[in-house]
Every structure is written in structure tokens, then in C-alpha cells.
Design a protein. Sequence first.
Length: 363
Amino acid sequence: MDQKALRPATETLHAAELAKLEQADKGLRPPGWRLSARAVRSFVLGDPALGISRKFYGDDALVERAIVSLMGEQGLLLVGEPGTAKSMLSELLAAAVTGSTRLVVQGSAGTMEEHLRYGWNYALLIAEGPSEKALVPSPVLQAMRAGLIMRIEELTRCPPEIQDGLISILSEKVIAIPELGDGAIVRAAPGFNIIGTANLRDRGVSEMSSALKRRFNFETVHPITDPGFERELIQRRLADRLAPSGIKPDMSEAALGILVSCFQDLRAGRTVEGVTLQKPTAVMSTAEAVNVAHAAALEAAYLGDGRVTGAHLARQIGGIVMKDDPEDGRKFKSYVDHIVKDRARSGSDWRSFYDAARALRLD
């Protein structure tokens, strides 16, 4: 894949780090794995001694448990609120374990059995009959043959009958293809496993059966609570997003602090000073904070002098708050009128944020 793509594959984007880890890796590698479990951990959480960057910010112990799950017989299901980097973590793990993130199914009401098992090239099927040539393997079948990680995004959005097709795959690690004959059976190669993700807000769309739940180890990915981690992640993601356009982010520590403080306050429903707030229904995730920072930086670069101010952030955060519930506008206005107003006395950055936020239409 072209490195200049808007979103290169994880194994392409971090190819140098993966190669460095593979060369230095002296640890015990599980069957079929490209790296040892220790090296996989280093890839995801960083290793300053080897020059490996941290890519996932949050619960380090969760990452370790996820790695252990992938070494076992069960699949791994990452659940959490939207924007908590579940998909990113699944990609990082797949890239480090088997060197490929290409095998993925996006769960939806339109997901069909052939997306999890196999389909047919009907022109060849009609012309030649059932054959390996006419077979169209699903990402699951490809992963089983090659010993790779297969990912299913938003598993609980798949219809229940499609979800249940995974039960035998996870239990037996086998897919039979009776159209090719009685002996046509694909058995999973070492390294095969499945990582699923599920949105906590959508888990009721198609609730998983008890039988399927037993085939997965569940890990909940929580929002980042450490302001320092969140600042570091926003800075890194902002630089990555702006790099293709040649723009260097010009966001002061004060402006970044405002962004992180607002998201942490509204996400928790409580300020650092201990004041209780009404939490918005909207998802105030770190991913959304990155979106606000990116939009503010673009506004500053193309419509201003390049320097991101509190006013830029305030104008962009309104679009995040108002996504789900009109009542959230009133909650954010209350936050501005009571919390931000007091902070505006502390300096020009908070003052510009306050003035711009007060000018927003939040009804």
C-alpha cells in the first residue's frame, strides 16, 4: 500500500518498527506469530530503549490480557464506548501478531453468511460447477488458511443468525465446504484467531447469544482518564493528520489544556475542582477531542494566522456536543456559563474560548 494513502495499513505505517522488533526479538513466539508476546506488547505500548513509539494510551494491563487471550483458544472481544480506540487496538494487535490487518468484516444488518464462511463466483460456478477456482473465500476462511488474525467490527450489529455462525468456527477452528466434496474441510493454521469489537451503546442491536459469548474473552476499553496521556495522544494524532498537507500544528500548551479539560470535565460529569456537571449524551471521547483539534487547526491554518486559540476550539466543540441530543446544548451552555466563565478570568486563552462559546447557537 502507498505510504501516501490517507490511511495506510498499520503494518505499512509502522513497517520500520515492526522490522526492528522482529530483528531484536529473542522471546518465545507462540505458534504462527510473527513476534513474541513481549515484542507485541512493546509494539503497542512502546519501548523507548528500542525506539518504539507508544501507540495505545490507556490500560496497559488490558493490552497484556488481550495478548494472552489471542494465544489461547477463545476469541477476543473489545467492548467500550465509541471513540475509545477499540478498532485501533485490534489493528495494532493484528499487525504485530501476524503482520496483516487486511482481513476484516464490518458488521451490519447486511452482513451475510458468505462474509464469514465463503461465497461463489457465479459465472464460474455456472460454467464449471463447484470448484476451488469458483470459490470466494471470506476473510475468516482466508485467515484460517494463512494462520492470521481476522477482525470483525461492530459484531453486535450483525444479525443473530450470522453471529451464531462464529460459534463452531471459534470452537472447532474448522470450516467445511460440502460443495467441493466430503473431504473438503479447512482447518485453521497456527496463529488464527478472531478479534471482535462492540460498541457499548449499540450492544442491544443484536445481543450476542450466551453460546457465542462463551467463545470470547471480553475486555472493556475505557476512556482515557489521565490528562497527561490524553494531551500526548491528541498532539501525536494531530501531527499525523496534518502531516500530509504540510501543516505544522501551532497549538499552545494552554490551548491544548483547555481542550483536554473540557473533554475530561464533560466526560466525567465533574470538574477537577469537584463541581458536579450534567453529562452530555454525546460521546466526549478522545477520538472526538482529536477531531476538534484537527478542525480547529485547519481553521487556524486556512482561515487565520495558523495559531490555534481557545476561540477556534470553542467553535468546533459545539458540533461534537450537539450530535445526539438537543438537550446537550443546554448542558454545554450551563458548563460555559458557570465553569468556563470563572476560568476565563485566569487568562486570554480561556477568555477567547468563553467568548466564542457564548456566541454559539446551542438550541
